[in-house]
Design a protein around this ligand. Structure first.
Ligand code: AMP
Length: 116
């Protein structure tokens, strides 16, 4: 893969562009969204290049379970575990702009429903 083909998130994983990282381990990375939609807006991504949620293998549930455990750790550490929204936009028509699986954690304000 040439550098220009890398997604912005792959460049963050590879340390080629900076991010405000709040958590990382061998399997995933979490960082503050550059355009926050709430006082807390964190993206949790796998280090493995998986384009979207539908491509996440359920044959090997480890990564899915691990990412949920990381989301629980982050929201508990921030004291918002009982008041947050988790979103994964799957596909451009659902609002996905970066083709690398990510979960948005939104918290810190009242959130309306339905989303736009
Ligand atoms: P989505 O529209 O669901 O694909 O979400 C992509 C998110 O990535 C958006 O909320 C962007 O604000 C965020 N984003 C894009 N570039 C960066 C970056 N360099 N650092 C942090 N967040 C970013």
């Amino acid at each position: 893969m040439t550098n220009s083909e890398k997604t912005i998130f792959k460049k963050i994983i590879d340390g080629e562009i900076p991010a405000d990282i709040v958590y990382q381990d061998e399997h995933c990375l979490a960082f503050n969204d550059i355009a926050p939609q709430a006082p807390i807006h964190i993206l949790v991504i796998p280090k493995e290049e998986i384009p979207h949620l539908d491509a996440l293998s359920v044959e090997d549930p480890f990564l899915a379970a691990h990412m949920i455990s990381v989301i629980q750790k982050i929201t508990r550490d921030l004291g918002v575990s009982q008041s947050y929204r988790l979103i994964s936009n799957c596909g451009a028509t659902a609002g996905q702009t970066v083709p690398h699986l990510h979960f948005h954690i939104l918290a810190g304000r009242d959130l309306q429903w339905p989303p736009g």
